[in-house]
Write a protein that binds this ligand. Structure first.
Ligand code: NAP
Length: 264
């Protein structure tokens, strides 16, 4: 089997489930060598065993400094350059800010914001030096406005989208691409992990992870800086960006009633 260094390689965070696992499968089918990051080592090894390409398993908790250091060290290893970084790992919370804790909010920011900054800073200078490379930061449609009253998750994703747009402009013309992938509701483990009850959410609202990833990779290759998979969500984002703020907030309040954020 060829070594990872002989073919294009991709490092995917949050590789074991949902959108991350869909990235892994899609990139493996394209022949990428893969570096898989998540906390659950057994699950990482199980996924690695299924893949027909060379795979490195890199267990790390990206909400910790040590976890970020481990992955950053792999990304800065000049002898084994990474061609595509997918900053995908992220989480939400199931409670209003009034009932939150400093620990939970800091953990969300460390994973959704700090790890994205840290790993992009590890990968991007080397990519610019080599004159090639791609970074996909998985953000969210929710980052386009304060769509979940009391939730800090959309604010973390607003940072990811803005950050990605900013870095994309910085590296334009240098052979390197940075893109924010902004999915809407996608069927994964995400809401279950956060304890958010989505049972009252209509079925037409859901995307599947494979569709999200395929649209994202297509947009990346077209040179898009922000990718919103699915025509319904493209329309929604247009509305969010152009409708009066008061109307957006009213719709957001109504939507919250249909999505079970536990109030504790
Ligand atoms: N699903 C949606 O509706 C939706 C919509 C818009 C945006 N997004 C975004 O899409 C991204 C992926 O979400 P998903 O829906 O695919 O979630 P998911 O199914 O819950 O998968 C999360 C992945 O991240 C890993 N992970 C969680 N915490 C981690 C940590 N501290 N350090 C390292 N890895 C960690 C998990 O593995 P371990 O538990 O083993 O670490 C798992 O592989 C997130 O950034 C999310 O905000 C999701």
């Amino acid at each position: 089997m060829a070594a990872v260094t002989e073919r294009r390689s991709a490092l995917v965070t949050g590789a074991t489930a949902g959108i991350g696992a869909a990235f892994v499968r899609e990139l493996a089918a394209e022949g990428f060598g893969l570096i898989l990051v998540a906390r659950d080592e057994e699950r990482l090894r199980g996924l690695a065993a299924e893949l027909p390409v060379p795979v490195e398993v890199l267990p790390a908790d990206l909400a910790t400094a040590d976890g970020c250091d481990t992955v950053a060290a792999r990304l800065t290893d000049a002898g084994r350059p990474v061609d595509l970084l997918v900053n995908n790992a992220g989480r939400s919370l199931n409670r209003s800010f009034l009932r939150s804790t400093v620990e939970l909010e800091e953990e969300l920011l460390r994973l959704n914001v700090h790890a994205v900054m840290r790993l992009t800073l590890a990968a991007l200078p080397g990519m610019v030096e080599r004159g090639r490379g791609e970074i996909v930061n998985v953000s969210s449609v929710s980052g386009f406005a304060a769509l979940m009253p009391g939730s800090t998750y959309p604010a973390s994703k607003a940072w990811v989208t803005n950050f990605s747009e900013s870095q994309a402009q910085l590296v334009r013309g240098k052979g390197v691409r940075v893109m924010a992938l902004c999915p809407g509701y996608t069927r994964t483990e995400f809401h279950g992990r956060a304890g958010i009850d989505m049972s009252r959410t209509p079925s037409w609202i859901w995307l599947d992870a494979r569709t999200v990833v395929r649209a994202g990779l297509r947009d990346l290759r077209r040179g898009r800086v922000v990718s919103v998979p699915g025509w319904k969500y493209k329309l929604a984002v247009f509305g969010i960006r152009h409708a009066p703020r008061g109307l957006v907030h009213r719709v957001a309040r109504d939507t919250r009633g249909r999505i079970g954020h536990e109030e504790r």
